[in-house]
Design a protein around this ligand. Structure first.
Ligand code: TNX
Length: 538
């Protein structure tokens, strides 16, 4: 009798042991909710999404493997691992040789046979057992990694997490941007923003697949980049800002730090030195540059259009040559922006003469010139780029000259415009731009610019009315998220009603990133995407 009891006990112990040996992973996978890749909050919306309605379990057993010899791929894998850690606290190894327990692998492969063959294209195949991200270039892989980040559920820390598994819906994604230039501009001249603020903005833009940050580095109120051959530009010209507080500037080392940080996120920095107008800070530093005939002094107001360089002096061009040379040497991207807007006190013929000369200087240092749309009134090269902000006539001129155009219509794409009359920050000279107006326009057809002339879209954030990162975020978000979709997604994939549902679900990410976005009343913000409570218990 006793021995029978011992036997039974022994058998049941074995049974319990066996049962608890059932792979933990399998047990967890059984508890995954039904999922649908097609309704994930991806922004910008990918070209094609084909759901297969099952789940990949991201957990502590997952590993990332990348093509090891393809340029930049291991770094992209590392970036994904870091971002997974920030979101889930999981430590996912990259290219580890320790494999025994690994299940559910994320592969990031260099591949020449994508359905869409373009530099930033990528494909994702998500099955129950693996995620395969294929891209031709590490830039394509980086864009695909943003998609993966967006479909890992954002689970609040305080939610019960019985299995510590993040369910990723299965399916296939084929994706590629419509426009090659997808940018935002930050005006660090009217108010100065420190390196950390700029990096945070870069991080947020990169998540939405932007590839350009244009820095407006000089204006009447401030000069923000060290030029070693002309030190007073920053000593004097960098000393103040709108409102009269002390301004600031980037040393060349700090600027390079920003450039490298952006490059790691596959983004290009476009430096802008605005001239011949908007040059009061430069002229206060070196008065020989001044061409408006008046005495120059530091300016901390918000007026535009009162300053100009002296366009007929050789020394002005010697100065510009040094500035373009020094900045180009630390800007690996292909562009140099010369401003050229609102030169209201420069005589027309002087303006044209100036732009043509400066274009040659920019080209001498191996860069492609960008200028605000007024530059098209000069006789410039078809390789130069016009940034449309207000003048249809200038857009037509650019098309006539065969130039590429960056679309930044002030009425639709200016991030410094107020949302409405109650907005805490911003201006409204062009329009009020609520979150839906920012999204509901078509860059492909705006002002009749032919599609083949459009290089892309840029959303400028002028900083007369904002002086810290919280205020910057209030104006930029959520509108900048919409511009990301306008510049990446096909017109067929853009629909306000569908977009606003996905936008609402950005709240947990924005909150985790401590982004002080404007909580537009048009959006039914979802504070949490999905919680473990939705996972059925056994
Ligand atoms: C116009 S748009 C400007 C900027 C101002 C902005 C304010 C353009 C090329 N120039 O100098 O900061 O309006 O919205």
């Amino acid at each position: 009798m006793k021995s029978n009891l011992i036997k039974a006990l022994f058998i049941s112990c074995i049974f319990v042991a066996l049962f608890s040996c059932e792979p933990e992973k399998k047990k967890r996978a059984l508890n995954l909710p039904q999922t649908d890749l097609a309704i994930e909050p991806m922004i910008p919306m990918p070209t094609k999404v084909i759901p297969t309605n099952s789940g990949f379990a991201l957990d502590k057993f997952t590993a990332i493997y990348t093509s090891e010899n393809a340029d930049g791929f291991p770094e992209v894998g590392q970036f994904l691992s870091e971002k997974i850690h920030a979101k889930t606290s999981l430590d996912i190894p990259v290219n580890t040789e320790d494999t025994p327990e690994r299940e559910g692998v994320i592969y990031i492969n260099q591949s020449d046979s994508l359905e869409l063959n373009a530099p930033e294209a990528y494909q994702l195949y998500i099955t129950k057992d693996s995620i395969i991200l294929n891209a031709n270039t590490s830039t394509g892989a980086f864009r695909g990694v943003q998609t993966i980040r967006q479909i890992i559920p954002e689970i609040p820390n305080d939610t019960v997490a019985p299995y510590k598994v993040w369910n990723i819906p299965t399916g296939k994604i084929i994706d590629n941007p419509v426009f090659e230039y997808r940018g935002s501009m930050l005006d660090v001249a009217r108010h100065f923003f420190c390196v950390e603020d700029v990096k945070k903005y870069i991080d947020l833009l990169a998540y939405y697949k932007y590839n350009v940050l244009h820095l407006h580095l000089s204006d009447d109120q401030g000069w923000r980049i060290e030029i070693k051959s002309w030190p007073k530009l920053t000593e004097v010209g960098g000393s103040t800002e709108v409102g009269g507080k002390s301004g600031g500037f980037y040393t060349q080392e700090e600027y390079s730090d920003i450039v490298n940080y952006a490059a790691q996120r596959h983004m290009t920095i476009v430096p802008e030195i605005d001239m011949p107008g908007h040059t009061n800070a430069a002229s206060v530093s070196y008065p020989f540059l001044n061409g408006n005939g008046k005495e120059v002094k530091l300016y901390t107001g918000m007026r535009v259009g009162f300053s100009t360089f002296d366009t007929r002096k050789d020394t002005t061009y010697a100065f510009i040559d040094d500035v373009v040379r020094e900045i180009s040497a630390i800007s690996p991207g292909p562009y140099f922006h010369i401003g050229g807007d609102e030169s209201h006190v420069t005589k027309k013929k002087d303006y044209v003469y100036f732009v043509e000369k400066v274009e040659k200087i920019v080209q001498k240092y191996g860069k492609r010139m960008i200028g605000w749309d007024e530059v098209t009134t000069a006789n410039i090269d078809s390789t130069s780029i016009s940034q449309f902000w207000s003048s249809k006539a200038n857009a037509d001129l650019a098309v006539e000259k065969g130039m590429k155009i960056i679309m930044s219509p002030a009425k639709k794409a200016y991030l410094d415009m107020q949302y409405d009359s109650l907005s805490k920050h911003g201006l409204h000279w062009a329009a009020y731009i609520p979150t839906d107006t920012a999204y509901k326009w078509s860059p492909e057809t705006y002002e009749g610019v032919p599609l083949e002339n459009i290089l892309g879209i840029e959303a400028p954030l002028w900083s007369e009315t904002i002086s810290n990162i919280d205020e910057l975020e209030y104006l930029a978000f959520p509108r900048a998220i919409g511009y990301a979709e306008l510049s990446w997604s096909t017109p067929e994939n853009r629909d306000w009603e569908k977009y606003k549902v996905r936008l609402a679900q950005q709240a947990p990410f924005l909150d985790r990133m401590n982004v002080k976005y404007y909580p537009s009343p048009l959006i039914d913000w979802k504070k949490s995407q999905y919680t473990y409570k939705e996972i059925k218990k056994d």
